[in-house]
Design a protein around this ligand. Structure first.
Ligand SMILES: Nc1ncnc2c1ncn2[C@@H]1O[C@H](COP(=O)(O)OP(=O)(O)OP(=O)(O)O)[C@@H](O)[C@H]1O
Length: 314
C-alpha cells in the first residue's frame, strides 16, 4: 500500500506536485496517467525518498521510504532504465545490488531468467538496446521479491513484443497480490493493463477511479457500425435518441447507445450490419478532454477531419 496525503513539491514558482492525496492498493495494477510534465516522475521520486516533499507526506506500508528496514525487499522500482553502470555486465550489476542488500546469487539468476536476459547476462549493459535496458531495470526492481512495484513509463521505446511482455508481467505481479503502480502519458497503454487509474495534470489530481468507471464515465461511448444502409441506420438511431455521424463511407459513429441497443435497433428495422464495435478512440478522447487544460506542451494539430453532428447524416 502506498499512501499520499497533501503531497506537494515546488521548484521555485512551479508546483510540480500540488496537494496530491491517493491510496495505491495491493492486488491490482494502478495506472498513473497525465500529460508530459504533469508531475508523475516527481511523485514517484518522492515515494522512493529520492526527493523530499515541500509539504504533505507519502508512505509505503505505513512508513516513509527512508524508515523502511529493508527497502529493496519492500519496494522495487524502475525509474530510469539507462541509469546503470554501462561497464558492468547485467549479472554483475544485479550481483552488486544483491550483495549490498543481502540477496542470494540464486535470486540474481532467477530474475535474469524471468526477464529473458539469461543468455546475455555476461555482456556489458552499455551495448544493450533500450528494450534490454528496460528488462534489466525490471530485473533489478524484482530482485528483492518486493510486495510493491513502481514502474515509470516502462514501455517507452519497447517493441510490440516487449510491450506485451511488460503488460503480462504487471498483470501477473498484481495477480500474486502485489501493489503495482505504473506511470504513462498514454491511456491506450493502460487500457488493457490497469484496474485503477490516478490521473494528474499540472501536479493536481484529476481523477482517481476504477478503469471500468473511467470508461463508463467518459464523454459518451462511441460505437462504430459498418452497414450498406448508413442513412437508414442513422435515421433509426437518431429516432432512438442517439447522436450519429459518418466517417468513412458505410461507417456510422454512434454516441449515446450501447452496441447491444444499436444491434437491436438495426434488427428491428431490417438493417444489415456487417460490423459493430466500440471505438477505442473514445477513451483517449475522454482522457484528452480531462487533461486538456493541463497540457504544458502543445504540438501543431492536423486539420480536424471528422466533425460530429446531431441528427441524421446527410
Ligand atoms: N529538478 C527539477 N527542477 C525544476 N523543475 C523540475 C525538476 N523536476 C521536475 N521539474 C518540473 O516539474 C514538473 C513535473 O515534472 P515531472 O518530470 O514530474 O513530470 P512527468 O509527469 O513525469 O512528465 P513526463 O511524462 O514528461 O516524464 C515539470 O514542469 C518539470 O519541468
Amino acid at each position: 500500500m502506498i499512501e499520499a496525503r497533501g503531497l506537494t513539491k515546488r521548484y521555485g514558482a512551479t508546483a510540480a506536485v500540488d496537494d496530491l492525496s491517493f491510496t495505491i492498493r495491493p492486488g491490482m495494477v494502478t495506472g498513473f496517467l497525465g500529460p508530459n510534465g504533469a508531475g508523475k516522475t516527481t511523485t514517484m521520486r518522492m515515494i522512493l525518498g529520492l526527493d523530499y516533499p515541500t509539504a504533505g507526506m507519502v508512505t509505503v506500508n505505513g512508513k516513509p521510504y527512508a524508515k523502511l528496514a529493508s527497502p529493496m525487499r519492500e519496494v522495487g522500482a524502475l525509474l530510469d532504465a539507462r541509469a546503470v553502470h554501462g561497464g558492468r555486465s547485467a549479472r554483475n550489476h544485479l550481483l552488486c545490488l544483491a550483495r549490498t542488500n543481502h540477496i542470494s546469487r540464486r535470486r540474481v539468476d532467477a530474475v535474469l531468467d524471468l526477464v529473458g536476459l539469461a543468455n546475455v547476462a555476461g555482456k556489458r549493459s552499455r551495448g544493450f538496446s533500450l528494450g534490454m535496458s528496460q528488462r534489466l531495470g525490471i530485473a533489478a526492481a524484482l530482485l528483492g521479491d518486493p510486495e510493491i512495484l513502481i514502474f515509470d513509463e516502462p514501455v517507452n521505446g519497447l517493441d510490440p513484443e516487449g510491450i506485451v511482455w511488460i503488460r503480462t508481467l504487471m498483470r501477473s505481479l498484481a495477480a500474486e497480490g502485489r501493489t503495482v503502480f505504473v506511470s504513462s502519458h498514454l491511456i491506450s497503454e493502460m487500457e488493457n493493463t490497469a484496474d485503477h487509474l490516478i490521473v494528474v495534470g499540472r501536479g493536481r489530481l484529476l481523477a482517481d477511479s476504477g478503469m471500468a468507471e473511467f470508461i463508463a464515465g467518459s464523454s459518451g461511448q462511441v460505437v462504430l457500425a459498418r452497414t450498406p444502409q448508413p442513412d437508414a441506420l442513422g435515421r433509426a438511431l437518431n429516432a432512438a435518441g442517439a447522436t450519429t455521424s459518418t466517417g468513412e463511407p458505410g461507417i456510422v459513429q454512434v454516441r449515446g447507445l450501447t452496441e447491444d441497443v444499436v444491434a437491436d435497433i438495426a434488427f428491428a428495422n431490417g438493417i444489415r450490419l456487417n460490423h459493430l464495435a466500440p471505438a477505442r478512440v473514445s477513451l483517449e478522447q475522454a482522457f484528452m478532454e480531462l487533461t486538456a487544460d493541463s497540457v504544458d506542451y502543445h504540438g501543431q494539430s492536423p486539420v480536424d477531419t471528422q466533425p460530429a453532428h446531431n441528427g441524421s447524416e446527410a
